[in-house]
Design a protein around this ligand. Structure first.
Ligand code: C2E
Ligand code: MG
Ligand code: MG
Ligand code: MG
Length: 291
């Protein structure tokens, strides 16, 4: 009590902040053994063709199933993994799980066109000079052609080190791996920068999809992105589609691909919720639209 009064160094002591610091510290320590304890899992969210409803790809999203604290999302533990240097091991684990899953889906449905899988990368991984060789070795180990893999990096992280990013993207794309710019619109990419980066796909950040319905200038913003992407030869994927109105608006704007809770939530591969067919709700809407 004496310590919190007066001009001691505990004058700024703040219990919630201290609890958050302690949690960060503990998680960082516990994360070190999490892969061996099989607590790091991957879920997959479908990416669909918004016109036909067909699943064209899946995004791998990492989760930490903590035995005591419950599920911890990547937004919380990926930054800790970056600080502690564990990110490369975790990234490798996610890629390995995803490659294995790609082969399992293929074996389960050999007549379906193969799915492309998207894996998220953090800036720390992009800085790793061995990244490209590591990814290539993993694809070879599982016998997957590079076209089956897309790597996503968020626009904000990219800007930390633009020259290295561009060089790394060049290496990966030379192999045939696709590169997607994630959360597009939340950073500050200039047009010339976007033009010079070796990219395949822009993923429109969820806030713009949220702002689509209503008075919003977001529709014109997305319209401009679609136009720009077409000129640059890039695919466009809209993220975070939650309502039928958003889905319709995106279709009208000519956005070709999308993902979101409306279409399919991220799910473990084994639950059967990640299917090659569209959820019933989507097909019904499709039929109604065609009729
Ligand atoms: P992201 O790559 O932009 O992934 C989309 C996030 O939005 C995911 O959150 C997903 O579960 C969520 N989402 C998808 N559809 C909807 C929707 O309709 N509504 C709402 N409210 N959310 C939706 P998640 O899984 O918590 O991942 C957060 C971020 O963590 C990802 O954002 C990505 O940047 C990062 N991340 C995820 N997995 C990995 C990984 O394996 N490695 C790295 N480095 N980062 C990862
Ligand atoms: Mg992503
Ligand atoms: Mg995103
Ligand atoms: Mg993100």
């Amino acid at each position: 009590q004496a310590k919190t009064s007066g001009k001691g160094r505990f004058a700024f002591f703040d219990p919630p902040m201290a609890a958050a610091m302690l949690r960060r510290h503990d998680l960082k320590t516990e994360l070190a053994g999490a892969i061996e304890r099989r607590e790091i899992m991957v879920e997959y969210q479908p990416i669909v063709d918004l016109e036909t409803g067909r699943i064209s790809a899946g995004e791998a999203l990492v989760r930490w199933e903590h035995p005591v604290r419950g599920r911890i999302g990547p937004a919380e533990f990926i930054p800790l993994a970056e600080e502690s240097g564990l990110i490369r091991v975790i990234g490798r684990h996610v890629l390995e799980q995803t490659c294995r899953q790609a082969r399992l889906w293929e074996a389960a449905a050999p007549d379906d066109p193969p799915l492309r899988l998207h894996v998220n990368l953090s800036a720390a991984e992009l800085r790793d000079p061995d990244l490209t060789a590591g990814v290539q070795a993993m694809l070879e180990e599982f016998g997957l052609p590079p076209e089956r893999l897309a790597l996503e990096i968020t626009e904000t992280e990219l800007l930390d080190d633009a020259v290295t990013s561009a060089a790394r993207f060049g290496e990966l794309r030379a192999l045939g791996i696709r590169i997607a710019l994630d959360d597009f619109g939340t950073g500050y990419s200039s047009l010339s920068y976007l033009h010079s980066l070796p990219l395949d796909t822009l993923k429109i950040a969820k806030p713009f999809v949220d702002g689509l319905v209503g008075e919003g200038r977001d529709a014109s913003f997305i319209g401009v992105i679609v136009e720009l992407a077409r000129k640059l030869g890039l695919d466009v994927i809209a993220e975070g589609i939650e309502t039928p109105a958003q889905l319709d608006a995106l279709r009208d704007l000519g956005v070709e691909f999308g993902q979101g809770f409306l279409i399919g939530r991220p799910a473990a591969a084994g639950t059967g919720r990640f299917r090659r067919q569209m959820p019933a709700e989507f097909s019904v809407r499709q039929d109604a639209r065609r009729a």
